[in-house]
Each structure stands twice: as structure tokens, then as C-alpha cells.
Design a binder for this molecule. Structure first.
Ligand SMILES: Nc1ncnc2c1ncn2[C@@H]1O[C@H](COP(=O)(O)OP(=O)(O)OP(=O)(O)O)[C@@H](O)[C@H]1O
Ligand SMILES: [Mg+2]
Length: 238
């Protein structure tokens, strides 16, 4: 796995420059969060890294295979839960038996093995998001790009999904970019947080968190301090 390095990146839509002189590094095997207010350009950066949109400047270290987790789970309604996972794995893993093992492993990890034969319409939104997370980790990729993957979940379900996510990440060890405007998600999940602000937008602050992510609480001293610093920056407007 390689670090992913963006240098002097610029992106404009019809003359509207969203990011300019933009530099960022995603450390291999770590969880990096890009945090900023709505409309600042977070999804634009994620889409540039994923090759979903073009940009000027240099983007290096992008692996061949990337997994995505979006707020919309994009599960095929006509396929079962395991069918949905099998569908994305088929292109990469020829052996049906091996695919079956991987599917069982990740469904077990998100606590939904008994729903393997259910259809997406039979799942709650929170369950569908867990499946979408499982699919991203099952796919043999080095990088996961997550755009607001916890949006729309209540606190209990969000906290559960964060636990499942961290368990899978520890097992599978991938580089992760999390894009969100939620400070709690950022401080609970990330090794490094970049704050994106301005117009055109740039990284205006950076926070490194070194404590064990699997047992972090918002009340931990280091976590609550970073939370407060970020909150105060947002509150005065960025
Ligand atoms: N395809 C597009 N065509 C034109 N303008 C766009 C396009 N995509 C994004 N923009 C503009 O670029 C800016 C940044 O959008 P982006 O979606 O990256 O923001 P964001 O930080 O992800 O916001 P949110 O938190 O609401 O998802 C916005 O002003 C938006 O209107
Ligand atoms: Mg967005």
C-alpha cells in the first residue's frame, strides 16, 4: 500500500473554482478524515481521488482497486444480501467457494449473517448501511472512500456501525478516507483529521489522534479537546 498524495490540485465547475493550490496526504493503512461544512468541496476531493471526476494538478499513489461507501447504499433490489456482495466480488475472485467464505466473514463481522438470503427491501436503513460497509471491506481493494456513510442514522445505530467499521478495518487493514461534516465521527474514527475551508477551499487545520480507535469515547480528554477546538472553529465560521 502506498500513501496517496495530492499536490497543487485545482477543480472548477463552469468557472466556479471549488479547490485550488490543494495539497493533502492519505497515509497508507490509516484512517484520514476530511471535515468541512456543506458545499465546501469534500465530495469533490473524494471524487478526484476516486477518479470519478477530473482535476488539474498531481494525484499520486491511487491503487488499482477502490471500494466506496456512500450514504445511499446502492444495493441491487433484485439481488439478495449475499447476491449483492457476490456481484461485486465476482470480477475479482473466480472461486465461488472463496467468495462464499469472504461473504460469510464480513456478514458475520457486521452481525447480519442471518440476513444473507434477505432482499434489500427487507432491511432497515441502518442494516443496509452495514451491508454496504461489509461489501466495501470484502472487495479486494487497498483504499476505501466513504462519503457521509453514517448520515441519517440515529446515535445508537451510528455508534454500532462505527464499531463494526473499526472491527473490519482492524481485520482488513485498508487506507480509508472518510468525508463528513460530523465532528463526532471524525474524532472517534480518525488517525488524522483535515479541516477543509474557504472558497476556493484548502486544508486549514490538521489534527492527529493517536489513541486506540476501538475504545475511544467522546469524554476521553484528548478526544474532547480536539472536538472542542474543531467545534469552536466551525462556530466562528470558516
Ligand atoms: N457536478 C457539479 N457541477 C457543478 N457544480 C458542482 C458539481 N459538483 C459540485 N459542485 C459545486 O462544488 C461545490 C462543492 O461541492 P461538494 O459536493 O464537493 O461539497 P461537499 O462539501 O461535499 O458538500 P455536502 O456536505 O453538502 O455534501 C458546491 O458549490 C457545488 O455546488
Ligand atoms: Mg458531499
Amino acid at each position: 500500500m502506498k500513501d496517496i498524495v495530492l499536490k497543487n490540485v485545482k477543480k472548477s465547475y463552469q468557472g466556479n473554482t471549488v479547490i485550488e493550490n490543494f495539497d493533502m496526504m492519505l497515509e497508507a493503512g490509516k484512517i484520514t478524515c476530511l471535515l468541512g461544512v456543506s458545499g465546501v468541496g469534500k465530495s469533490t476531493v473524494l471524487n478526484i481521488i476516486g477518479g470519478l471526476t477530473t482535476a488539474e494538478g498531481s494525484v499520486a499513489g491511487i491503487p488499482e482497486s477502490i471500494s466506496y461507501v456512500f450514504q445511499e447504499t446502492n444495493l441491487a433490489p433484485n439481488l439478495t444480501v449475499s447476491g449483492n456482495l457476490d456481484f461485486v466480488l465476482r470480477a475479482k475472485i473466480k472461486s465461488k467457494e472463496e467468495r462464499g467464505k469472504m461473504i460469510a466473514e464480513v456478514l458475520e463481522a457486521v452481525g447480519l449473517i442471518e440476513y444473507a438470503d434477505s432482499y434489500p427491501c427487507q432491511l432497515s436503513i441502518g442494516m443496509a448501511q452495514r451491508i454496504s460497509m461489509a461489501r466495501a471491506f470484502a472487495y479486494p481493494s487497498e483504499l476505501i472512500l466513504m462519503d457521509e456513510p453514517f448520515r441519517g442514522l440515529d446515535i445508537a445505530n451510528k455508534s454500532k456501525l462505527i464499531d463494526y467499521f473499526l472491527a473490519l478495518w482492524q481485520k482488513k487493514g485498508k487506507t480509508v478516507l472518510l468525508v463528513t461534516h460530523n465532528i463526532d465521527e471524525a474524532v472517534l474514527l480518525s488517525d488524522r483529521i483535515f479541516m477543509l475551508s474557504g472558497k476556493p477551499a484548502k486544508i486549514t487545520a490538521q489534527f492527529n489522534l493517536s489513541s486506540d480507535k476501538t475504545c475511544r469515547k467522546l469524554s476521553d480528554q484528548d478526544i474532547s479537546e480536539v472536538f472542542a477546538k474543531i467545534y469552536d472553529t466551525f462556530a466562528v465560521g470558516i
